[in-house]
Design a protein around this ligand. Sequence first.
Ligand SMILES: Cc1cc2nc3c(=O)[nH]c(=O)nc-3n(C[C@H](O)[C@H](O)[C@H](O)COP(=O)(O)OP(=O)(O)OC[C@H]3O[C@@H](n4cnc5c(N)ncnc54)[C@H](O)[C@@H]3O)c2cc1C
Length: 454
Amino acid sequence: MSKQKVAIVGGGLAGSEAAWQLARLGISSNLYEMRPSINTPAHKTSLLAELVCSNSFRSDDDANNAVGQLHWEMRAADGLIISTGDKSRIPAGSAMAVDRMKFSASVTEIIKSNSLISIIQKEITDLKQLKEDHVIIASGPLTSNKLAQSLIELTGSKNLYFYDAIAPTIYSDSIDYASTWFQSRYDKGDTVEEKEAYLNCPMTKDEYYEFVSQICESDTADFNNWETDVPFFSGCLPIEVMASRGRDTLRFGPMKPVGLTNPKNEIKPYAVVQLRKENIEGTLFNIVGFQTKIRHSRQAEILRSIRGLQNARFARLGGIHKNTFLNSPDILDGHFQLKSYPKISLAGQITGVEGYVESAAIGLLVGRIVGAKILGREIVLPPPNTALGALAHHLITQNNDFQPMNINFGLFKSTVSDFKGRKNRRERYSAYTIIAKSSFQSWLQAGSVFREAL
Ligand SMILES: Cc1cc2nc3c(=O)[nH]c(=O)nc-3n(C[C@H](O)[C@H](O)[C@H](O)COP(=O)(O)OP(=O)(O)OC[C@H]3O[C@@H](n4cnc5c(N)ncnc54)[C@H](O)[C@@H]3O)c2cc1C
């Protein structure tokens, strides 16, 4: 058993999972949770790992679905959250849904009864005051204000965000390129890649005004009461807010057609929707400046009316909600430690993943990484063609437009040869998961930080 101790800030999904993974390696931790003495606007109980909204861990289809594959990997790595979820399951078809109270009560009981984990009910307000040898921050999307302030002091205010303004993300293989073209405004950039960094979807005058009226007539999702003070920054307004300010506002904003020449049509476009690569591989594109709260089903319909996007498949639709997260690619090293304070690591949603499953998965990984560090073992991240590896690499790979992400196949890094002969989407998804399983197994068996604990 190691003498070194870890402080974990936040007893949510990621913090509970990290504490459990450390305990499996014989490492003790203090798990600091501020509830119930200080509450968040969304949590209702004093239980650990509370599910604040739905009771769904989403798809459990590990053959064809990215989140199902992540479940599979978490089971293979003996995750606490997934195994407790399995024991608390209620029928939900191919999805994994749990009895929320049973789930959180079970996690709480397992953590409480583990002699290596001490639960300390306390709000952490100043990270520098923690005396343990290592610190994992897993305080989640509703991190308390005082802790957020302490994080700003450590990482700089430009690296901490208080809300997501998410523009829709599209799988690149679902775009119709025939009527679109690649070009940066005014051909700016030194390399061909920079000069062609944007995919442009043109609109005629009639199409543009029809598009604007569809946006103006759409229903938007409501903010929670405690989110109504979420400020809209002028550089980041939802498209429906822009459209409501005047029917030409979008045409002078994100849809301006200037500096662009359509090589496929001599008639100048009246407006242009621009897409930009979301990852280096170019498997995902996001629609530039299109953050929105339009309800998802309607949003997808409206976006599919854009030329080139008629068959678009969305890795995620747009949204805006309160969410504290850090600019991980800038501030974390390859082992999820703050570059400026390597004693401190991040885990869970605050790293810029989204969702119960993803947050727990990063808690699992970071718990093991910190454990390996303490035990003096080599740290090897899971390969990026696995779900956990893809998620981890998204967080630590340089990205000027970093935005929180759910797991999706667009993040997986498989090589082209992996997909030879697999033409349709279902066959490709199935190939992703077959490759991921074998890669994850090899990684587990190849002397990674996980091996000795299994
Ligand atoms: C309103 C809302 C609805 C959501 N709905 C869904 C959904 O339906 N499905 C889904 O998959 N995801 C949903 N999410 C996202 C989901 O909450 C997170 O993905 C997940 O809970 C994050 O896990 P975490 O461990 O990182 O953070 P959390 O589970 O939030 O845990 C963080 C813990 O840290 C504690 N804490 C905060 N600050 C301090 C401090 N200073 N000192 C000590 N403790 C502190 C908090 O009390 C909390 O218990 C929702 C989020 C919100 C805010």
